[in-house]
Write a protein that binds this ligand. Structure first.
Ligand SMILES: C[S@@+](CC[C@H](N)C(=O)[O-])C[C@H]1O[C@@H](n2cnc3c(N)ncnc32)[C@H](O)[C@@H]1O
Length: 216
C-alpha cells in the first residue's frame, strides 16, 4: 500500500449531463493538473487549452495506476467516474493500489438515483444489482413477493436477456418493468411495461432496469 503526499480525488460526475454533476466535482475537475476519465468524460471536461495532463481509462488498469502514481509525485490527481464512485467504479482498483487515506471521494448522482427519481419510486426497499460485465448470484435473482430490484446492464446483459432471466427465476409475467436509458441526456427514454412484454421487446443495453412485483 502506498502512502502519498498528494491526494487522489475521485469525482463522481453523475449520469452524464453536466446539469447532474455536483458543484464540488466540477470545481475539482476544473482545477485538475492531472485528470483521468473515460474518453467521453475527457472530451467533455478536459481543458482544451493545455496545461493539464490527461489519461483515458482503458482496459489497461495498470497503465492508469501508473499515470496516477506519476501524477501524485507532483500534484493531486482527479479521477472522474460515472455516477457515484461508491457503486462499481475505478474506486475499487484505486483502493487496492493506494492507501485509502490518500483518496478523497466526491459523491455523484448515481444512474440508479436518477432512474428511481424518474419513476417517482422510493428505493430504500430496493435491492441493487449489477449485470455490467457480471451476473448476480442466483439467490439475488430469485423471485419473492414484494421484491424490488434496480439493475445496471451492459450490451450483452440487456433489457431482454435480463427479463428472460427473471422469468426463469420465477418472477411473474405481469411484474412492473422499467427500462431507463440515456438518463439525463436530451434523448433520455423511460419505458414502462410488464416483465412479459420486456422479454419480447427489442433489447436495450447500458441502461437501468427497475422491476417490482406491484404496478408503479
Ligand atoms: C460501470 S457502471 C457505473 C455505475 C455508476 N457508478 C453509477 O453510480 O451510476 C455503468 C453502468 O451504469 C449505468 N448507467 C450509467 N450512466 C447511465 C445513464 N446515463 N443512463 C442509464 N444508465 C446509465 C448503465 O447500466 C451502465 O452500463
Amino acid at each position: 500500500m502506498e502512502t502519498l503526499k498528494h491526494h487522489i480525488i475521485v469525482a463522481g460526475i453523475g449520469p452524464g449531463s453536466p446539469e447532474y454533476m455536483v458543484p464540488a466535482a466540477r470545481k475539482a475537475i476544473e482545477g485538475a493538473k492531472y485528470l483521468v476519465g473515460g474518453r467521453r468524460a475527457l472530451s467533455q471536461y478536459a481543458k482544451a487549452s493545455g496545461g493539464q495532463q490527461t489519461c483515458a481509462v482503458t482496459r489497461d488498469i495498470d497503465g492508469v495506476m501508473a499515470f496516477v502514481r506519476e501524477g501524485l509525485a507532483k500534484a493531486d490527481v482527479v479521477v472522474m467516474v460515472s455516477g457515484d464512485p461508491g457503486y462499481f467504479s475505478l474506486l475499487d482498483a484505486l483502493r487496492r493500489t493506494f492507501d485509502a487515506r490518500c483518496i478523497d471521494v466526491i459523491p455523484g448522482i448515481s444512474s440508479f438515483q436518477l432512474a428511481f427519481s424518474r419513476l417517482a419510486l422510493p428505493w430504500h426497499d430496493a435491492q441493487l444489482l449489477s449485470f455490467h460485465g457480471r451476473v448476480p448470484k442466483e439467490s439475488d435473482l430469485a423471485y419473492a413477493p414484494g421484491r424490488k430490484l434496480g439493475m445496471l446492464t451492459d450490451v450483452q446483459h440487456n433489457s431482454k436477456t435480463i427479463a428472460e432471466t427473471l422469468l426463469a427465476h420465477g418472477w411473474p409475467e405481469n411484474a412492473f418493468y422499467a427500462i431507463c436509458a440515456r438518463l439525463s441526456y436530451e434523448d433520455e427514454t423511460v419505458e414502462r411495461m410488464t416483465l412479459g412484454e420486456a422479454a419480447k421487446h427489442d433489447p436495450v443495453g447500458s441502461c437501468i432496469i427497475v422491476v417490482e412485483e406491484k404496478a408503479s
